[in-house]
Design a protein around this ligand. Structure first.
Ligand SMILES: Cc1ncc(COP(=O)(O)O)c(C=O)c1O
Length: 410
């Protein structure tokens, strides 16, 4: 059921721009799992899109100091000079890319960056190429902005990565953007420099196509994976690339709502037009906290990475030990995206045939009391996503229950 149908039932006629947008499966599952928990069932929810760590103390202290200094008013429209400077320095230090302050924008989360960028650049019918599985917000935001998401399936055998031939084939006169996310939510797959190069070569041949990259999980990578952002590999693409990042995941600051991007001046200016009529500016206190996050000590990132890696290994090996499941080892982020194709066609003890990944995740919720998200919510089936940003004890218990539930399928 779409939001539109649901709202219309209540006697309200929604705008056509949201008519095609469905209620997020992730939210539906979350709501159902929470309701079951309230009924007293021991539900384990493996759906969180945020680290289970706390915001670092130095960042909290910087926010308190900003309040005490009276930095509680509107700020410059798309970011304080202090934060833009810290972002420019971050891009130079960590990515080897130079952005001047007027090539940087700050918003209320990377989500608003995406929204500003598409609102500012997409006309009705413009196409945005998005490899699947994708973070669900991508296609919904593109649609709200009147664009057409062009979804390209990239399965586990392809490492969940887009290939140059697929990109070449998908580009049309109407293509406005290609949107890449590395490491990816939901697959955890990341593009190495060698993975990126052929894609960037394709883009160099098509000057009308712009590149949007979402580097949100840059700091959560494993096994020595070398994170790289496309502009560092192909500087010629800098004048048509938007490099998106934020403090939410690396610094455990999801609630502070600060995202940022570097890109061509004209686009950054157009994005500010949208932001000026949406939020006026990002939160002053959160911006001060983000300056400290980016300029302050970075040592804890490695410790947190090690903790996530431990949990990734636990989940990947636990899932691969279950007949019918197949889990690729992700390079980054805190998600696994395991295939459940081996269980499609099997029958539950209640006599229901598992026909889709959503049937499988419904079964896990009902029988194992474990809430995970089906691949269909991310545009690729038959898979399911686990967020392992939770305690090892919960993960171990969840894996035990998933194994038992799968063992009962015939
Ligand atoms: C790939 C990706 N990009 C962006 C975001 C949004 O981050 P923010 O909290 O900065 O809006 C998320 C959040 O889940 C994400 O998974």
């Amino acid at each position: 059921m779409t939001i539109a149908t649901k709202i219309e039932e209540a006697g309200f006629k929604p705008a056509s721009r949201i008519a095609a947008i469905g209620v997020s499966k992730i939210l539906q599952i979350g709501a159902r799992a929470a309701a079951m928990k309230r009924e007293g069932l021991p539900v384990i929810i493996l759906g969180a899109g945020e680290p289970d760590f706390d915001t670092p103390d130095n960042v909290k202290a910087a926010a308190k100091a900003a309040i005490d200094r009276g930095e509680t008013k509107y700020t410059a429209l798309d970011g304080t000079p202090e934060l833009k400077k810290a972002i420019a320095e971050k891009f130079r230090r960590e990515n080897g890319v130079d952005y001047s302050l007027d090539e940087i924008t700050v918003a209320t989360g990377a989500k608003q960056i995406l929204f500003n960028a598409f609102m500012a650049s997409v006309n009705p019918g413009d196409e945005v190429i998005i490899p699947t599985p994708y973070w669900t917000s991508y296609s919904d935001i593109v649609e709200i902005c009147g664009g057409v998401p062009v979804l390209i399936p990239c399965d586990a055998d392809a490492g969940f990565r887009l290939k140059a031939e697929q990109l070449e084939k998908a580009i049309t006169d109407k293509t406005r953007w290609v949107l890449l996310n590395s490491p990816s939510n939901p697959s955890g797959a990341a593009y190495s420099e060698a993975d990126y190069r052929p894609l960037l070569d394709v883009l160099l041949k098509h000057p009308h196509v712009w590149l949007m990259v979402d580097d949100m999980y840059e700091h959560i990578v494993y096994d020595g994976f070398k994170f790289v952002t496309p502009v560092a590999i192909a500087p010629k693409l800098k004048d048509r690339t938007l490099t998106i990042n934020g403090v939410s995941k690396a610094y455990a600051m999801t609630g502070w709502r600060i995202g940022y991007a570097g890109g061509p001046k004209a686009l950054i200016k157009a994005m500010a037009v949208i932001q000026s009529q949406a939020t006026s500016c990002p939160s002053s206190v959160s911006q001060a906290a983000s300056v400290e996050a980016l300029n302050g000590p970075q040592g804890f990132l490695k410790e947190r990475q090690a903790s996530f890696k431990h949990r990734r290994d636990l989940v990947v090996s636990g899932l691969n030990a279950i007949d019918g499941l197949d889990c690729r080892t992700p390079e980054g982020a805190f998600y696994t995206f395991a295939g459940c194709g081996g269980l499609i066609g099997k029958t539950t003890p209640a006599g229901k045939v598992i026909e889709t990944d959503a049937d499988f995740t419904d079964y896990l919720l009902e029988v194992a009391h474990v809430a995970v998200v089906p691949g269909s919510a991310f545009g690729l089936s038959p898979y399911f996503r686990i967020s392992y940003a939770t305690s090892e004890a919960e993960l171990t218990e969840a894996l035990k229950r998933i194994a038992e539930a799968c063992g009962k399928l015939t």
